[in-house]
Ligand binder design. Structure first.
Ligand code: URA
Length: 313
C-alpha cells in the first residue's frame, strides 16, 4: 500500500470500512530499513511501534514536560484508567529533549517553545504514528498565549493560525527557496470543542484566529524585552490591527503545527488559554495559583472532549 490518507479495509463480516491513516509526505522513508527518532530516543529497530502505540487515537501536545505529565495523570483519572498515586513513566526517558506519556488511547507529548522546537518534535511524532500504523488520529495542541481584547483566563480555539502580518500561512525556506504552507485547522473539530466548552460551562471560550510569532518580545509587540525600538502607540496600533483582522490570541507554535498536520492529513486543533490581555500590558502579573488554574483550562476542555468522543460523558 502506498502511504496515504485513507485505506479501504475489510472488517470481519466482509464489510468495507474507511480508516484514516497518516499520510507520509516523504517517499524516501519507504527505502529505509530502520528509522531512528533521535530526539525521542526511539527507533523502529529497537522498539515495536505498533505494539507500543498502535491503539493511540488522541495526541495532545504542549510546551512543558511537567504540564504534559500532569495532563496524562488528569486524563487517566477522567477515563478511569488511573490508580491513586500511580506514576506515569516518560517513554522518552533516554533523552531530555522531549517527554512523552501514554495512557490508553491518549498520547501526551511536550514540544518546547517556538516553531523550530515543535517542528522537530512533529516530524518524529508523525513518523512514530505512521510506523505504529495508527488510524483516525486527532492531534490537539494545548497551551498558553497572550490574549487580545479578552479577559485573562479566556480560552481560544484557533480557526486559522496567521503569521505576524495576519496571513494564514507559514513561510519556510527549504533548499534556499521560500515555501508557503496553509495553516488552516479542522473547522468541525473546532466546533465540537466549542460545544464541549459550553457543556462544561466553567470559562469563557471563543473561536478566533491565533497569531503565531517567531519571538515572545519584539515579535509580539512587547515593550518589555531587552530590545525595543518602537513606542507604545505603535505597539497598540499593531495589536488593534491584529484584533480587527480576527486575531484573538498570540503564541509561537500554531502555524507549523497546522501546516504539518494538514500535509499529513491529521485532524488538528489548537486550544490555548490567554494569560493576559495584551491591550492592557505586557508582563504576566497574575499570581502563581491563578496562572496554574488558567493552564488547567485547555486540559479540562480537551479532557472532556476525549471523554465525550469515547462515549464516557
Ligand atoms: N505565550 C506567548 O507566546 N505569549 C504570551 O503573551 C503568553 C504566552
Amino acid at each position: 500500500m502506498a502511504p496515504g490518507s485513507s485505506d479501504e479495509k475489510k472488517t470481519d463480516d466482509g464489510q468495507a470500512s474507511k480508516e484514516n491513516f497518516i499520510h507520509l509526505c516523504n517517499p524516501h522513508l519507504e527505502k529505509m530499513k530502520e528509522d531512528i527518532l533521535y530526539h525521542f530516543a526511539l527507533g523502529t529497530g529497537t522498539h515495536d511501534f505498533p505494539t507500543l502505540f498502535g491503539d493511540v487515537k488522541f495526541v495532545c501536545v504542549g510546551g512543558s514536560p511537567s504540564r504534559m505529565k500532569a495532563f496524562i495523570a488528569y486524563i487517566a483519572e477522567e477515563l478511569g484508567l488511573g490508580s491513586p498515586g500511580c506514576d506515569y513513566p516518560n517513554i522518552c526517558a533516554g533523552t531530555d529533549r522531549y517527554a512523552m506519556y501514554k495512557v490508553g488511547p491518549v498520547l501526551s507529548v511536550s514540544h518546547g517553545m517556538g516553531i523550530p522546537s515543535i517542528s522537530i518534535m512533529l516530524h518524529e511524532l508523525i513518523k512514530l504514528l505512521y510506523h505504529a500504523k495508527c488510524s483516525d488520529i486527532t492531534i490537539i495542541r494545548i497551551g498558553t498565549s497572550g490574549g487580545i481584547g479578552l479577559e485573562p483566563g479566556s480560552v481560544v480555539i484557533t480557526r486559522q493560525s496567521v503569521d505576524a502580518t495576519f496571513k494564514p500561512q507559514l513561510e519556510q525556506v527549504i533548499l534556499g527557496k521560500t515555501v508557503i504552507r496553509d495553516t488552516n485547522l479542522d473547522e468541525q473539530l473546532a466546533k465540537e470543542l466549542m460545544q464541549c466548552s459550553k457543556e462544561i460551562g466553567q470559562f469563557n471560550t471563543v473561536i478566533g484566529n491565533t497569531m503565531c510569532t517567531l519571538d515572545f518580545y519584539e515579535g509580539q509587540g512587547r515593550l518589555d524585552g531587552a530590545i525595543c525600538l518602537y513606542d507604545e502607540e505603535e505597539k497598540l496600533q499593531y495589536l488593534k490591527d491584529a484584533y480587527e483582522s480576527g486575531v484573538r490570541n498570540i503564541e509561537m507554535e500554531s502555524s507549523v503545527f497546522a501546516a504539518m498536520c494538514n500535509l499529513s492529513c491529521v485532524k488538528a486543533a489548537v486550544v490555548c488559554v490567554t494569560l493576559l490581555n495584551r491591550l492592557e500590558g505586557d508582563q504576566i502579573t497574575s499570581p502563581h495559583d491563578v496562572l496554574v488554574e488558567y493552564q488547567q483550562r485547555p486540559q479540562k476542555l480537551v479532557g472532556y472532549f476525549i471523554k465525550k468522543s469515547l462515549g464516557k460523558v
